[in-house]
Design a protein around this ligand. Structure first.
Ligand SMILES: [Zn+2]
Length: 421
């Protein structure tokens, strides 16, 4: 019986990878565009197509079934009209568009949709969620590998180091680590920091049990100066990726707006996730779903920050705390957010309701009776009222404990399976 199941599984995955071979080459196609707008409008403008040497993604999971992310890309075969690839993602533009500034003026941000390189003519469509959380088509472009111009440099420009190797990129979660603010003299420190990050990462559940599902590679890009910009400390340095603290006016939020440069550097290795490691002791970081994660080397001593951040970028987890008022428009009232670990209780069935004990009231009181129970506790997604989280505490809320709640853990494990099975 086991053998029969194995044969079935083998045949199914073989036919799925045959689908990949029919439609795609084992390279990436990058659609670079500019996303601009304000709190009410958004515009997409094409910048360039780039072919990249590697495709680090799956050859079997071509369609994203989670439907996570504020944005979505779909690729259709032009001849048959078949949907042949899809993924969700987020961006800094979306976060900025929820700030007070976005009510005053428009701003533009670099964005990319990364897909496997098509063998035949395709139509690529980009979607953005509306206020009801439904995806609306915003941009459409054709790509014909025989006719459409694209840039292709089929060589590794930068040195790449293996930090953790467990197998073929097609069936692993591939993380590419990019150095920021490490000078020519600091290569040794960077490699040491990468090993420290990897060690700490795999010391944390549920990553510990899944160590053999990950590859980690580091690309070496020296910066002219050490550290990162920090406007509140009057620090401005010349660095490879141009990161800065005080992103969106939050001192500890450290991101870069030079996103196409980040993608250029990441392309030196096959990857699914980009991790930027900044050479500084200042506290901070940041991450957005299928965009990139940022951590500072000083955090490596307290790995909870970069493990928390990776939860956003990899598994689409939301923050489970509720005190900052700058993102007050992030989760609209009366609609269920897409993140797996928060709920407005509008459609709690679609979230973790099945994991809640039938005796636990919803919403769940924050008294000692429910300290160790899964429920729906008010206060999450940057607001104190109207958004609920699964546990009183979790890695996505505070660093008091050392664990992800059951709902976050499940979301991470489900995502690891999606990349690797
Ligand atoms: Zn959680």
């Amino acid at each position: 019986m086991k053998f029969y199941i194995f044969i079935c599984f083998f045949v199914v995955s073989l036919s799925m990878s045959a689908q990949f071979d029919k439609n795609f080459e084992n390279h990436s196609l990058r659609l670079d565009y500019i996303h601009s707008g304000n709190s009410i409008e958004e515009y997409y403008a094409f910048k360039q197509f780039k072919k990249e040497k590697y495709w680090g993604g799956s050859h079997t999971q071509m369609l994203e079934t989670f439907e996570y992310g504020k944005y979505f890309v779909k690729v259709f075969d032009e001849k048959s009209g078949d949907l042949i690839y899809s993924r969700g993602y987020g961006s800094l533009f979306h976060e900025w568009s929820t700030t007070k500034e976005a009510k005053e003026f428009s701003k533009s941000f670099e964005e990319t949709a990364l897909i496997p390189f098509p063998k035949n003519k395709v139509v690529i469509k980009l979607y953005s969620r509306n206020k009801s959380m439904n995806f609306e088509e915003k941009f459409k472009i054709s790509f014909d590998p025989a006719k459409t111009p694209y840039e292709y440099k089929n060589d590794n420009i930068l040195p790449v180091f293996d930090i953790h190797k467990s197998g073929n990129p097609q069936s692993k979660v591939d993380i590419v680590i990019l150095p920021e603010g490490y000078t020519e003299m600091e290569l040794g420190k960077f490699i040491e920091d990468c090993h420290m990050l990897t060690k700490q990462f795999f010391a944390f559940a549920p990553y510990t049990q899944n160590e053999d599902k990950f590859n980690m590679k580091a690309v070496w890009i020296p910066s002219a100066e050490s550290g990162s910009d920090s406007p509140n400390d009057s620090i401005e340095v010349t660095t490879a990726l141009n990161t800065s603290f005080n992103t969106l006016y939050s001192d500890r939020y450290c991101m870069t707006q030079d996103y196409h440069k980040v993608r250029d550097y990441a392309a030196n290795a096959p990857y699914d996730q980009i991790y930027i490691l900044i050479n500084t002791d200042k506290y901070g970081g940041g991450a957005i779903y299928n965009y990139y994660s940022v951590s500072v080397s000083g955090n490596l001593k307290s790995p909870k920050v970069f493990i928390h951040e990776f939860g956003h970028a990899f598994a689409g987890l939301a923050d489970e705390y509720g005190y900052e008022d700058s993102f007050e428009n992030m989760y609209a009232k009366g609609v269920e957010p897409w993140e797996p670990n928060i709920s407005t209780l509008v459609d709690f069935e679609s979230k973790w309701k099945a994991m809640v004990d039938s005796k636990t009231p919803i919403p769940t009181p924050k008294n000692s009776d429910y300290s160790n129970k899964i429920g729906a506790f008010e206060g999450a997604g940057y607001v104190k009222k109207g958004v609920y989280r699964p546990r009183k505490d979790c890695m996505m809320r505070s660093f008091n404990g050392d664990v992800f709640c059951e709902v976050c853990s499940k979301a991470i494990v489900d995502m690891i399976k999606f990349y690797t099975e």
